[in-house]
Design a protein around this ligand. Structure first.
Ligand code: BTN
Length: 291
């Protein structure tokens, strides 16, 4: 049987040098993050991806589960074995958020739903106005389309004598139209529901891998986000918006100004002072809704 979504369809158009060049594909698995963690024991697994059509125990952030119906969405985990200090690993989640944003923009532009053409064969600078709506990043790593989440990222890491053993970056992207659980109906959406046309999961994955390899190369040069901060902030949907910072030590509100080179969100407080918010400790909500 010629499957529409398989190891072969994913590898068929892969343009990268090493990221995503080895694909471990499963029709059904508990969690691609769990499987990736097991495979990461193999020293050659750097850059491998684990992809599944459905997950029976998909993991979300903060101990939540991740709904993973079959035939609908992208669920994958990228294995990295970076030689960096463990406290730098959370930045890789933001690198992946950039890659998902860039990859989706590329796919949407290819369909004509993305950037307006400038008449010279180039897309316009504002590739983020898509499907009559907006695609962007909700800090630190949710990808949002028209105010609703279409992608979540969960990064997990193993340590070995205070060094990183491996990092697994797990990504779930809602592609096909689907019924979301009641608690998510107002917050989640899918590419196809918003854009009214079909998308190839393989093509999306290929584009994300391509952009990730580029962005990861930039990250490696400085081991911080200085090479991508401008681009990240341009795609940051809560930039310039009032946000509520859910800090366990006390909630407060301010205006999100963008991230710094370490991936912290810079929030301007009512008295004009700046607060650098670290994603590990807190989350951020919009004042008037999810974004
Ligand atoms: C979030 O809560 O926003 C993060 C969700 C991450 C889900 C993805 S799906 C592929 C990978 N495998 C998992 O078990 N979780 C991640």
């Amino acid at each position: 049987m010629n499957k529409q979504y398989s190891r072969e369809t994913i590898l068929g158009g892969m343009q990268t040098k090493y990221i995503g060049r080895t694909v471990h594909f499963y029709d059904c698995i508990d969690s691609t993050n769990v499987r990736a963690g097991e495979l990461a024991a193999d020293s050659d697994a750097h850059g491998h991806i684990v992809v599944a059509d459905t997950q029976t125990a998909g993991k979300g952030r903060r101990g939540r589960s991740w709904e993973s119906p079959a035939g609908k969405n992208i669920y994958f985990s990228l294995i990295l074995k970076p030689d960096i200090a463990p406290d730098k690993a959370p930045m890789l989640t933001l690198v992946m958020a950039m890659a998902v944003l860039g990859g989706l923009e590329q796919v949407l532009q290819g369909t004509g739903l993305g950037a307006q053409n400038d008449g010279l064969g180039n897309g316009s600078a504002d590739a983020r106005t898509l499907c009559n709506g907006n695609l962007g990043i909700k800090w630190p790593n949710d990808i949002v389309l028209n105010g609703r989440k279409i992608c979540g990222i969960l990064t997990e890491m193993s340590l070995c004598k205070n060094r990183i053993g491996h990092v697994v970056i797990g990504v779930g992207i809602n592609v096909k139209d689907q019924d979301f659980p009641e608690e998510l109906v107002d917050k989640a959406t899918s590419l196809e529901a918003e854009c009214g046309q079909e998308f190839s999961r393989s093509l999306i994955l290929q584009e994300i891998m391509r952009v990730f390899e580029e962005e990861y190369g930039r990250f490696q040069q400085t081991e911080d986000l200085s090479g991508i901060v401008e681009c990240y902030n341009a795609g940051l949907i809560n930039r310039g918006r009032e946000v509520r910072v859910l800090d366990p030590k006390g909630e407060y509100t301010g205006v999100a100004r963008g991230i710094n080179n370490n991936g912290e969100l810079i929030v301007e407080l009512p008295d004009g002072k700046l607060s650098n918010v670290y994603a590990g400790e807190v989350s951020v909500r919009g004042i008037y809704g999810y974004v």
